[in-house]
Design a protein around this ligand. Structure first.
Ligand code: SIN
Length: 343
């Protein structure tokens, strides 16, 4: 496949793409008392109008309409926001005059929101998430350039049909693959093992490859009014079964285990998870390692215990897919494994 490239020239304003910006908070909308402060600030306090006003160059790449959907620190994100965001994106994407949608978000749970939208929004129009590592008040704040990049990608023909994207620090990532990989660096997002899809710089959007797994309109998943209860537990030296037993007693529908290595699980937790599965709770093995894949039957007897391997999905993205699969009525291990092998 040849690279897909869009270069924005200084078109007349009427010829520029129309982009909707949905703001949800995060550090990109954060503010600190001191410009040298890059931690301990308050996230999600600056309104979308001020974010846009800080980037005069946006008027060269798009006609923008903006909405404040939420004003939160994304660590506090409730999955109900995915229902709200998904619904609003559907309404905007259905409008003929809207060419693309940008969502500004906190970095902490951005990869979860991006993947939830990637699996559920039903549009070919670009939906691009972006964020920042430094608050808007900081010296060398990264939000303005990230916002410009995201709007540029959302307005590009090359981004159509690529699923939900994350534009961050000049790179364009697939929502399925991207993860936050640093607690402080400006270059905080990567797609481990797989790499970015392309990049955006100075008005030029270039895709070097495309995501192969089905997404957006090609999935059966929809954002529902409620999300099945699925929790994540971790495996580590000296782990006990307390957390798994408590979750089962609380009535969860699924458990994702952030295993060691190739999704291996402490024998004590594995026994508890085996009992949970026998009682009807879906169990997915992912890895806490941060890159690589989890092989089916590679480090635990999935066939014997009825577990599902998460492949290349990290535990938090595996949780998103498991919630959607359960909401779609799937719960048998074979059907769930098929879903994890497909999406
Ligand atoms: C957040 O996730 O809302 C705060 C942290 C950040 O955006 O970097």
């Amino acid at each position: 496949m040849a690279p897909m490239i869009t270069t924005h020239t200084s078109a007349s304003p009427a010829a520029l793409p129309r982009i909707a910006v949905l703001a949800t908070g995060g550090t990109i909308a954060g503010s600190a008392a001191d410009a040298a402060q890059t931690s301990g600030y308050q996230a999600g306090v600056v309104g979308v109008d001020r974010l846009l006003a800080a980037v005069p160059a946006l008027s060269q790449v798009a006609r923008i309409e903006a909405e404040q959907v939420a004003s939160i620190d994304s660590k506090d994100l409730d999955v109900a926001l995915w229902t709200t965001l998904g619904g609003r994106i559907a309404e905007l994407a259905a409008r003929e005059d809207i060419d693309g949608i940008v969502v500004t978000h906190g970095t902490d749970t951005l990869e979860e929101t991006a993947y939830a939208l990637h699996l559920t929004v039903k549009t070919d129009k670009p939906v691009v998430l972006t964020a920042a590592m430094r608050p808007s008040s900081a010296l060398s704040a990264d939000g303005p350039l990230n916002l410009l990049g995201a709007v540029t990608v959302a307005g590009s023909r090359a981004a159509r049909g690529q699923g939900v994207l994350v534009a961050f620090n000049n790179r364009i990532h697939c929502a399925r693959d991207v993860a936050k990989t640093s607690t402080y660096a400006v270059d905080a997002f990567h797609s481990p093992e797989i790499g970015a899809l392309g990049w955006v710089q100075d008005g030029r959007v270039e895709f070097q490859r495309a995501a192969l797994r089905p997404h957006t309109s090609a999935t059966p998943f929809v954002v529902g009014a409620s999300w099945p209860a699925v929790e994540v537990v971790a495996s580590y030296a000296g782990a006990s079964r307390t957390a798994v037993d408590a979750l089962v007693a609380a009535g969860v529908r699924g458990i994702v285990v952030a295993g060691t290595g190739n999704g291996s699980i402490h024998a004590t937790i594995q026994a508890a998870l085996g009992e949970a599965r026998a009682g009807g709770v879906a169990v997915v093995r992912a890895s806490r390692v941060g890159s690589g894949h989890v092989m089916r039957n590679g480090a635990a007897p999935d066939d014997a215990l009825g577990f599902v391997s998460a492949g290349t999905l990290n535990p938090y993205k595996a949780r998103v897919l498991l919630m959607l699969a359960l909401a779609a009525g799937e719960s048998a291990p074979a059907a769930l494994q098929q879903i994890f092998d497909t999406y």
